[in-house]
Design a protein around this ligand. Sequence first.
Ligand code: NAD
Length: 326
Amino acid sequence: MNILVIGGAGYIGSCTSKALARAGHQVTVFDNLSTGHRNLVRWGPLFEGDCLDSASLRDCLDTVRPDGIIHFAAFSLVGESVRHPGKYIRNNVMGTLNILEAMRDCGVRNIVVSSSAAVYGIPQRMPITEDTAADPINPYGETKMFMERMLADFARAHDLSWTALRYFNAAGADPEGETGERHSPETHLIPRALMAVDGRLPDFHVMGDDYPTPDGTCVRDYIHVQDLARAHLLAMERLVQGEAGEGLIMNLGTGTGFSVKEILNAIEKVTGYPMPCSIGPRRPGDPPVLVADASRARDVLGWTPEHSDMERIIRDAWAWYKKEQG
Ligand SMILES: NC(=O)c1ccc[n+]([C@@H]2O[C@H](COP(=O)([O-])OP(=O)(O)OC[C@H]3O[C@@H](n4cnc5c(N)ncnc54)[C@H](O)[C@@H]3O)[C@@H](O)[C@H]2O)c1
C-alpha cells in the first residue's frame, strides 16, 4: 500500500510509520512539526505542511496519490483544551474537515483516524464497549467525537471508507529504540514518573488516593504503542482490500486496568530506583476507572495486544527515555 501518514512526526504516528514500512508498504509523512519532530520521520519522506492549509494538503495528495490516509494530527492536552477550546476546535475539527474535503476532491477513498477514550467522558459501566454513549467532558474529547461524526457524514455523501480507533492510554516505545514519546510539556503518567525516578522532577505527584479503587488511585488501561501501530496497519489493510462496508469505531486497549500506585511500583522494579512521590487532591473530571472492551478490534481485525504487559511497556519506555537523555 502507498500510505500518507498525517501527523507521522509524532509519537504514535512515527511508530505506525515504522510498522507500515516494516510490512513492506510505502510511507509519506505530512506534518507541520507543531508537536512532532523531524528526526522521528525515518520511514519515508516528510511533506512539511499544515492541515489547516487546504492547498498544501491537496498538493500533497496529488503528488503522493495514496491508497489511504492515517490521520494522527491533533492537539491532545485535555487541560489546554479547557483553557483554549478554539485552538483545539480549529486544529482538530477544521484540520480534519480539510483532510476530508481534499480526499473527496483528489479521489482518495480510505482513512483511519485517531480517536480517543476521551469521547466516553465518565462512563458508568466497565469495561467500556463502543456502544457506550459518547459523552465527552472536555473540548478535546468533543473534538474527537465531532471528528468521528464528520467521517460518517462524508462517507455517506462521498463514498469514503473509514475506521476510527479509540485509544486508551498509549504507552511504551519502539523496542529497537528508533522512536518513542517526546511531548513537551510531558503530561503522560509513565514518562513523568520516569523523569521523577531520574531526578528531573522533584517528585511524582499522585492526583488523589481516595478513589473507589483497590488502592485508592485511578485505574487506566495502558496499551503499548507497538500494538497500536499494528492495529492501524490492520485497519488500513482492511479498508484498502475493500472489505470494510460501513465505517467502524473500535476501542484499542488491553481490557486490564493498572492503578497509578501499581505503575509506580512497577517503575521502581524495572529501573531499580526509588520513586519520590507525593499525594495531592483529585483532579476534577478524572473518572476512577477507565478500561476498554476491545473485542470488536479482535473480531474485525484479528488484533490482540502482544506487547502490552506492564513490565514490557515500562522497560521500552525507560530504554527510550535513557536514550533521549543521552
Ligand atoms: N498519546 C495518547 O495516549 C493518545 C490517546 C488517545 C488518542 N490519541 C490521539 O492520537 C494522535 C497522536 O497522538 P500522539 O501522542 O502521537 O501526539 P503527537 O503530538 O506526538 O503527534 C501529533 C502529530 O501531529 C502533528 N500535527 C498536529 N497538528 C497538525 C496540523 N494542523 N497539521 C499537520 N500536522 C499536525 C504534530 O506536529 C505531531 O507530529 C492524536 O490525534 C491524539 O489525540 C493519543
